[in-house]
Design a protein around this ligand. Sequence first.
Ligand SMILES: *Cc1c(COP(=O)(O)O)cnc(C)c1O
Length: 358
Amino acid sequence: MLRWAEVHLDRLLHNYSEIKKLSKKKKIFAVVKANAYGHGSVEVSKFLEKNSDVYGFAVATFEEGVELREAGIEREILVMASHLEEGYREAVDYNLIPVIFDFEDLKLVKELGIPFHIKVDTGMGRLGFLEDDRERLILELDGSNVEGVMSHFSSADEDKEFTQKQFEKFLFLARRIAQLKPDIKVHIDNSAAVPEKFDSILTHCRVGLALYGSKPYEGYSADLRQVMEVKAKVISVKELPADFPVSYSKTYRTSKREKVAVISFGYADGLLRTLSNRGEVLINGIRCPIRGRVCMDMTVVSVEKVDVKKGDTALISGEELTFNEIAEKAGTISYEIMCDISPRVKRIYYEGVQSLRV
Ligand SMILES: *Cc1c(COP(=O)(O)O)cnc(C)c1O
């Protein structure tokens, strides 16, 4: 195997229990959209359902929900980023809970008679009922099968004041709805917000990133372990002469003789091309800088200080070279780096502490 990603489910469980400590009494929806941020939604959900008290799962689309049901997942599944016309059959047949954010879908979901959550927009400017919709919303929810009310923070990782304002807007509406439905589920926290001490009206939280072991911000108060270790084989080692160009467009040129290794991992696998001449990989514990452009299937790295031979394994990302660190170099967020690890990279699952010997 040339490239693979080890998914350490034992670390996932460790992160889960860390989040559980932070979330206090709130029940947890594990957010497993986008193939569980690249980790494999079926494997992650099955593992959590079997080994934890996870309350349910949250996905983006009805298709993602169906995939989990077909794999045998039994707990609640919330569909957060679709609309009902797209998936009302799936919602009914597979017992998926739609998130409703406009009056059209509200009418449809009431006709179907299935349970649903509603989403209010408290400052994300994306999905959700606005404040002006409030009175009509409350009227129309009366007698319906509404089971939950939710909102979403835009900046919980960086702006506590704004987050508090969003929460207060949410609280006002949540209280009104709780008068209609005393056992309503109320949730707004994502990973970044879970440690905040909000009003106890919150019954649930929706956690993605932290489960997979990335801190939403520096100083986040949980001990998290990166679940995924992305690895690839060295397929060639050689010493280039001085003044020799490397990779497409010759953006790197050796200044003296330089030993380089070719790693079988490129941008088609999820190593962002913006990391050309910027990123690093780890070989035998040593950081090796990327030379020249990242290619589709391969990347050249400098191995001047490493004892390396063809067939050795390079770490693309793992606990020693985290998605957060890579994201910072690439000018993006760890979410995107995780999601970019492509299907060509075979996922291998570990429930214990052992790691693949290659
Ligand atoms: C993705 C998502 C989450 C999870 O966010 P994390 O930062 O990964 O914890 C929660 N709620 C909604 C609506 C989302 O789309």
